[in-house]
Design a protein around this ligand. Sequence first.
Ligand code: GDP
Length: 340
Amino acid sequence: MDISSFNPDFRNKESGRISQRPDLLSELQKGSKQALAKAITLTESTRPEDRQVVREIVQQCNHEGKSIRIGITGVPGVGKSTFIDQLGNYLIREKNKKVAVLAVDPSSGRSGGSILGDKTRMEKLVLNDSAYIRPIPSRKELGGVTSGLSDAIVLAEEAGFDVVFVETVGVGQSETEVSQLVDIIVFLLLPNSGDDLQGIKRGIMEEVHIVAINKSEGENLPSAKKTKMLLDTVLQIMPGPVEGEKREVLLCSAQDGNGIKELWESISGLQNRIEKSAWLRENRKLQKVNRLQYYLDSLLRDSFYHNSNVSDAIAKYTKEVELGKMDAYNAALEIFKNFK
Ligand code: GDP
């Protein structure tokens, strides 16, 4: 494969756009949420030149890694948004933090719409000046969930957000990708999850730092306690992401706010320990190496799909496959031959 002729530097062609860059960076550094929104929108553009602009901004960001990056995961309906709403407000109110929420939205790739468009579930946080909430589409054609997300995290850090939550639906691929971008993963479970521990993927459990059993109130309390006991046992024998670290299982009610403070204590206690040990430093190195991989994937895709020979060949061979004149694999090989 020869991509030596591919020039990823789009600036000369797009001088009008590039002139916005210094403004956007300085606005971002002043903490402008508008600038942050604009920069994140550029990461989502289908135009490679837009993403080039924002990547240049990302390269000049000085606050990369200055926040605590927390992944919040769990099945739809477990209470992730309610939980982030409560914890986010607690952090702003009690700890004087600025909180960004990047919510990976699995629906937006297919429908073009967004499950978060009508997101009123973080109703208190959305009104708070110290908070910024943003859905991130998980469109595969831009190089996976995380290519834009990893930039968005750095941009939020540059805008002065010192806690960055990444909310993901606890199923499938996006999960594993997101775990490579955050420091600490909190897994939310329902009180009756103990009945179906087999249903929870082992891979996810191994990545999780802290488990929170949400909706642990009223008549749910007995089953929540039972689930906690079971999980305590399971996690004892299952290796976690940080060697030598006993993983905590906590009960909370995002609805009532009970247990939220304790969860933060658990998160910040862990943060202190991983900061002191080499773990956080090593993890941050890995996060950077992963970013290199995302950029590479993205550059390759751009150079491939924006190559006119390739687009012509895609049109031609897609027809052949549709008409049953060629099988899909050979068609792909023929298309690939045009990538020169
Ligand atoms: P998500 O899909 O994981 O983001 O879940 P949501 O935050 O949207 O919550 C799903 C539903 O559960 C909503 O109706 C919430 O009001 C409700 N919910 C969230 N947390 C709690 C809780 O601690 N207790 C109870 N009883 N309901 C909750």
